[in-house]
Design a protein around this ligand. Structure first.
Ligand code: MF3
Ligand code: CO
Ligand code: CO
Length: 255
């Protein structure tokens, strides 16, 4: 396992990529409404990333992924492929943005409500957000990856939700997915010790029902086996002298 420790100059590059990824989520917000298709959302993000940001949408052609962003609706857990389906009042969806600017990746995702969400959709979205925040708050030099996973898992399970185990956060930099793997479950004190200059994502996928998932025939879209709603939030962050800096948080925004 090779964990790249980033220099201050490299982290400055990643601040730029992280900000751009966050700005795509901010830009797309007003477009998320009943009747829009996920394919249209993808096209708007694609054009913005290429033409306004002078960046590249990292998912496009990544291991054959056919679109520029991931859109995962309701019981879809992650890696949903944008398409012709129209969003409907009550849907909850995750839009996951990764941009490559000057060779450096920034990766962030959040939940959107289409009108008023279902009660279960709202609950699991809120739990996933708080789980991510609790994971982030563990980050400092000397803490371990297990501390992060444990904070996420204990909170999610205390809310009677479950943590998806098959997919995890990841180191990020000039590679989209670098070491280490950042599990969203675990035991305090276990796993790799965090060091200043590491950059990775925390991106828990939380299910309202059971944790088990399956892969659809398109070989990308992950859904819950029991069809219960799922939610995910993601930030890219770096370990600082005394804690963390979130690279995908815009000034004035909450996490
Ligand atoms: N952005 C996703 C992540 O958080 C990865 C998407 S890979 C893709 O790691 F190929 F599905 F786009
Ligand atoms: Co990621
Ligand atoms: Co992502």
């Amino acid at each position: 396992m090779t964990v790249h420790i980033k220099t201050p100059e490299e982290i400055e590059q990643m601040r730029v990529s992280g900000r751009l990824a966050a700005e795509v989520l901010q830009m797309i917000r007003p477009h998320v409404k009943p009747g829009v298709t996920t394919g249209e959302l993808d096209r708007i993000c694609h054009d913005y990333i290429i033409n306004e940001q002078g960046a590249y949408p990292s998912p496009l052609n990544y291991h054959g992924f056919p679109k520029s962003v991931c859109t995962s609706v309701n019981h879809q857990v992650c890696h949903g492929i944008p398409g012709d389906k129209e969003l409907r009042e009550g849907d909850t969806l995750n839009i996951d943005i990764t941009v490559n600017k000057d060779g450096w990746h920034g990766d962030t995702s959040k939940m959107f409500y289409v009108g008023e969400p279902t009660a279960k959709g709202r609950k699991v979205s809120e739990v996933a957000h708080e789980a991510m925040v609790r994971g982030i708050e563990q980050v400092r030099p000397g803490a371990t990856l297990g501390d992060i996973g444990h904070a996420i898992q204990t909170y999610a399970e205390s809310q009677r939700c479950s943590v998806v185990r098959e997919y995890c956060g990841h180191g990020i930099g000039q590679g989209f997915h670098e070491d280490p793997q950042v599990m969203h479950y675990g035991q305090p004190g276990e796993g790799m010790t965090l060091e200043k200059g590491m950059v990775f994502t925390i991106e828990p996928m939380i299910n309202f029902g059971k944790r088990h998932v399956k892969l659809l025939a398109d070989e990308w879209t992950v859904v819950t086996k029991d069809h219960s709603p799922s939610a995910q939030w993601e930030h890219t962050l770096t370990v600082t002298d005394d804690g963390y800096e979130v690279l995908t948080q815009l000034p004035g925004d909450s996490l």
